[in-house]
Design a protein around this ligand. Sequence first.
Ligand code: FEO
Length: 427
Amino acid sequence: MSKPILSNSAGTLQAVALSERVHWIGVLDPNLRTFDIILKTANGTTYNSYLVRGSEGVAIIDTVKEAFAADFFTRLESVARYDEIKVIVLNHLEPDHSGALPELMRRAPQARLYISQKAQSMLKALLKQDALEFTPVLTGDTVSLGDRTLSFLHTPYLHWPDTQCTHLIEEKILFSGDVFGCHFCDTRLFNDQVGDFRFSFEYYYAHIMRPFKAFVNTALNLIEPLLPLQQILPAHGPMLRDQPQRYVQRYRELSRSALESDIGADEKTLLIFYISSYGNTRRMAEAIYEGAMSIEKVRVSLYDLEGGEIAPFVDLIEGADGLVFGTPTINGDAVKPIWDLLSSLAVVNLKSKLGGVFGSYGWTGEGVKMVEDRLRGLKLRVPIPGIRIKLIPTDEEIYLCREFGLELAQELLGLRTAKVIDLADLG
Ligand code: FEO
């Protein structure tokens, strides 16, 4: 494939040719340092928009952030007239891609808007235009531009409910929205010409796509049959024309569970994290560990948070079936290392994992209940009440901790029978 000289094109507000019929008409935002409050970017981003010319009309795939609309329209006008636009596709409605849509529809009123089924209510909420006309589409729906055809892939929750991808069949080009994108601004635009963007690609996946791994895998099931693709054109960052399939493979690798190949299909994993001031919560943790270990087919691990970094634990937690947290109560609260770990879990999907909490306390012992509430807020199941022990655990209380661990392991295997333990009965 010939490789056009791009740096001038990106700098002069001209459209950039990606093939004879496809142009990049996106914009550069090199000064952005924080995206959506949580994402950092060291050198800005791009909002990529694309124009496809067929024998019977022009299609625009995605628009740009509203503040950059002027550059977008200038690039569009360098390769097409507004009255030629027959189709507008929004693969994703987040404002960085839909910001220029109202003005584009005003300038090209004859164009038909295509969005995913799940985008319908969102579109009305974002644009506040009840009379807006559009066509919702699903996988396999197509729209013809004469000698070019757009085919839609329903790929929801990557990373909003509305997301979809669009395949330009005759050219084997995939317009992928945020999928395979990253925040990386380089006027050379293409993956074989820009600087090293591997960090940005991985960072973007980790923060945007990772919580939706199951949906990534489902989307890849639709995308992989399209390989080999000539180009993958995401909505942010470098356009992937050199070995685009590598990025599909990388998404598949990243979306596999870290423990998938190491843990037997019939085994469950239970992780116990604790921190201890005077060794009392540690003694409880060890007893819970012993109790859980007594059940076959449950792989149990014990970690002292005082000796670990958070990031590797997040990876472990993502792949685990059950999570148990041990915290003392200090000044009426669970302790900071526990909260630090829990606040780092927004990037992983915890829904329906088993949760449990325990801890030693001196006066009031609110920490256990607070962490239980947080686990429920994170969508974990917490079917077994947390276990709190005042100061140094007695032998009877250590026995209760073992039972707690055993019950958690049984719960993971679906073997638990309901049982009520009342500390008051211990006398
Ligand atoms: Fe690039 Fe989810 O917007």
